[in-house]
Design a protein around this ligand. Structure first.
Ligand SMILES: Cc1cc2nc3c(=O)[nH]c(=O)nc-3n(C[C@H](O)[C@H](O)[C@H](O)COP(=O)(O)OP(=O)(O)OC[C@H]3O[C@@H](n4cnc5c(N)ncnc54)[C@H](O)[C@@H]3O)c2cc1C
Length: 451
């Protein structure tokens, strides 16, 4: 048995961990599934318990690591265990970029599909599922099926659409994804042309993003949650587009992919290292350092994945780990967002990294997280007194506003809350029950949330 956690390092549970190298091996494992079932796992970057399965089998899919690209169409066929990092390292020098990248490149294609991940371009390009052509998965019977987004497609004569959209965002509970086909984006360079802007408070942040986000393909706001009073919600907006060749300095290799050196976080950090004093100092320094600028040329790694520059940064939260809280509320429900930011600021909640984004249209994924509206994500040390009650209160407000929290980040909410937030949950359950009537695919998250 191996103890596994998510990226937040809370609630470890033991499971038998196995690393198959082929879809056939996975099918064999599924046919002989233990009573506690099977969970798929990628690189373990979901924050909570989505890729854990206490007492059961966890299928580490990183062995499914082959891929190819058709350079005339940009269509990539990738094993579910291929990481976005490996894809970028190979594709960027050839002039292609993944259609969506989350804030870390160290996720697998399977994890990106199962959580229907979003990036800084959601308002323009939606989430990962929107770019998929087909998925291949091993279902509970041990069968391998290829499904497509539309009902007529797939090799299964008609129900492709439902199983496809139950799998996109379905947190691994419809089967083990073995392969995905998706379209990449052509790029002239490996750099991003970036504008940086500071706002003085939350109202200005929301107004600026609503008025001008659409001018950029990629946008995000970092919020100083510890700022209070008239400065509450002050932010740094970082927005950009892929740079063209003629924007680079002469002599620069236009398609070089250099993520840069990776620092190592110390193997151990005291609980409480991140406290109001240290985080306030960091936030002040960050806000001051982020001087307004236009046309900065940045590499892919610093723009999209600044946290990947420190290996094991999740250890700085100490032995109790941390909780990531990410919610989305529809446009028109800004009052809820304001109330939550005000409460976090008044409570002095230390979040090292708080980001706000505007989502565009979502995918038809039945449990897919993004909806048109605002999304806020923050990290909070798990040991904080009163945290459970605080977040339960936020859950209620988010549900009331017609919003939801992100299952890939969750480690603590209840089944009733998720049922209130995801109106298509019963539709998803019907498709899942049809394809997996005995509940072969299980995870700690599925048990906790009665999925
Ligand atoms: C620093 C950081 C920044 C992040 N930023 C973002 C962001 O900007 N946007 C965003 O959307 N997410 C973000 N995330 C979350 C992350 O993108 C998702 O949790 C993603 O699912 C992780 O992929 P993984 O390969 O590590 O999968 P895991 O965490 O191992 O698994 C996640 C889920 O996918 C399922 N799964 C994995 N592989 C398969 C498979 N082959 N078949 C079926 N199911 C499978 C698992 O069962 C589980 O339910 C971030 C995470 C970190 C650590």
């Amino acid at each position: 048995m191996t103890f596994l956690t998510g990226w937040g390092r809370t609630a470890p549970t033991p499971a038998r961990l196995t690393r198959p190298r082929s879809a056939e091996e996975i099918a064999e494992l599924v046919r002989r599934a233990p009573a506690r079932g099977v969970a798929a796992r990628g690189l373990g970057r979901s924050y909570g318990d989505a890729a854990q399965n206490a007492g059961g089998l966890v299928c580490d899919c990183t062995g499914l690591d082959t891929w190819s690209i058709d350079e005339t169409t940009g269509l990539v066929t990738a094993g579910a265990g291929v990481s976005l990092h490996d894809l970028m390292a190979a594709l960027v020098p050839r002039g292609w970029f993944v259609p969506v990248t989350p804030g870390t490149r160290h996720v697998t294609v399977g994890g990106a599909v199962a959580a229907d991940v979003h990036g800084k371009n959601h308002h323009v390009d939606s989430s990962f599922g929107a770019h998929l052509r087909s998925l291949t998965l091993v279902t509970a019977s041990g069968e391998t099926r290829t499904v497509t987004p539309d009902r007529s497609g797939g090799d299964d004569g008609g129900d492709g659409g439902d199983l496809f959209w139950a799998t996109v965002g379905g947190m691994g509970l419809t089967g083990v994804i073995t392969e995905a086909v998706f379209r990449c984006v052509p790029i002239e360079t490996s750099r991003v042309r970036v504008d940086v802007e500071r706002t003085r408070d939350l109202d200005q942040t929301l107004e600026t993003m609503a008025a001008t986000d659409d001018r950029y393909r990629y946008t995000v706001a970092w919020i100083d949650l510890l700022a209070r009073g008239g400065r509450m919600g002050r932010s740094v907006l970082t927005r950009g587009d892929h740079a063209a060749r003629d924007e680079l300095p002469r002599g620069a290799d236009p398609l070089a992919f250099n993520p840069g050196p990776v620092l190592k976080a110390p193997p151990w950090a005291p609980n409480g290292l991140l406290n109001p004093v240290t985080v306030r100092a960091f936030n002040e320094a960050w806000y001051a350092k982020s001087r307004p600028a236009t046309g900065l040329i940045q590499g892919i790694a610093p723009f999209f994945h600044p946290l990947d520059g420190v290996d094991g940064w999740n250890r700085v939260y100490g032995s109790r780990g941390f909780v990531q809280y990410q919610f989305a509320v529809p446009f028109g429900q800004e009052a809820t967002l304001r109330r939550i930011v005000a409460r976090l600021s008044a409570e002095g909640v230390v979040s090292f990294l708080t980001v706000l984004k505007r989502f565009g249209p979502g995918t038809p994924g039945m449990l897919s997280f993004p909806i048109p509206g605002w999304t806020l994500a923050l990290d909070i040390p798990a040991g904080r007194r009163g945290l459970a009650r605080l977040l339960r209160g936020f859950d209620d407000q988010v549900a009331e506003a017609g919003g939801r929290i992100y299952l890939a980040k969750d480690s603590r909410t209840s089944a009733a809350t998720v049922a209130a937030m995801y109106p298509r949950l019963d539709e998803w359950r019907r498709v899942r029950d049809e394809v997996d009537p005995a509940g072969v695919f299980r995870s700690d998250l599925a048990r906790r949330l009665l999925l």
